[in-house]
Design a protein around this ligand. Sequence first.
Ligand SMILES: Nc1ncnc2c1ncn2[C@@H]1O[C@H](COP(=O)(O)OS(=O)(=O)O)[C@@H](OP(=O)(O)O)[C@H]1O
Length: 364
Amino acid sequence: NPVDKSLFQTIPTGKSLGHVPSRLELTSGHNPRHGRVLQRSDYYDSIPRGPLLVENGETKSVDSNEKAIYVDDDNQVLYLDPPEQAFTQSNRPHIDSSNNRKTSVTATKRLPQALIIGVKKGGTRALLEFLRIHPDVRAPGPEPHFFDRHYDKGLEWYRDQMPSTLEGQITIEKTPCYFVTKEVPQRIYNMSKDIKLIIVVRDPVTRAISDYTQAATKRPALKPFEKMAFIDNTSRIVDTKWAAVKIGVYAKHLEKWLKYFPIRQIHFVNGETLISNPAGEMAKVQDFLGLKRIVTDKHFYLKDSRGFPCLKKRPGSGRPHCLRNNKGRTHPHVDQTVLNRLRDFFKPFNLKFYQMTGINFGWS
Ligand SMILES: Nc1ncnc2c1ncn2[C@@H]1O[C@H](COP(=O)(O)OS(=O)(=O)O)[C@@H](OP(=O)(O)O)[C@H]1O
């Protein structure tokens, strides 16, 4: 019995889910967390459901309604999930009840086959949200931070952070810190040497200001950007130890990845073009992942004066969806001489990066 995979994306629940377990297993049995026997007839698709609160990558149940709340690294609420689609008695794919075994669908949690590894403030959230429109892509909302923070929890923990996928669907996650954490390339290689890696890059100077803006939102007493960027303001020697600067030396970080992965296994997304021409960048990403080009310009609209592209329809709800206001923050004014000094600093590293990738990003 072949199953129409589109069912998994399009069927609305049509009823309130009420307070249901956050995850239903495909097999019946006792769920220690909820202390009851799960029946196959409850929900079949094993999509993680609310009520959930996801905080710093941790998932907790909450007592409110059936919305999932995703928060970003800086603890800003990203979005509230609408009730997700569920299979009901009438639209559920066929199950062979005689031997109580699934015959036609294998929805199971798998380790990722692709990762968005960086860069922080490059546009990684936008890329992930755009990819999630694709019916053959599934991804967790929060950043798992497995290879940098939670590696000691093991691969089974990591797998458990992933949504269930059907045969042929790609599991992907994004954790921008991976790109700059020195242990990570080898750890990823040990999991899968064939994994596809995606890096969203952006002019390192604006990236640094974006990073600073985020930090200053959390710590209003933070020194001005100009004071952070230089070891001392008279000599204007760039403080290469400051993370906002260090992350932008892309060539140095990339060298570490190339010890484990060939360059053809890494796809570079132009973060600036992801804003000005999202469909163009998405076409290349879909090609790289071996996906049919389903996400196209018909999925986007330009929202407002900020000029960021938004989705016309969010999967699940069908409503328009823009990234929250913690993306696209207004940057502070930075003195032109400071910008020039930083541009000079990054120039040789940018040129090296263009050589390594074979792409001229045009930042210098
Ligand atoms: N469609 C859309 N909507 C809103 N924002 C967009 C979009 N596409 C890219 N961007 C840019 O993404 C920047 C944030 O990057 P990340 O998502 O990688 O940040 S984070 O590392 O996960 O915190 C964010 O940086 P700032 O503008 O500096 O806030 C945006 O410029």
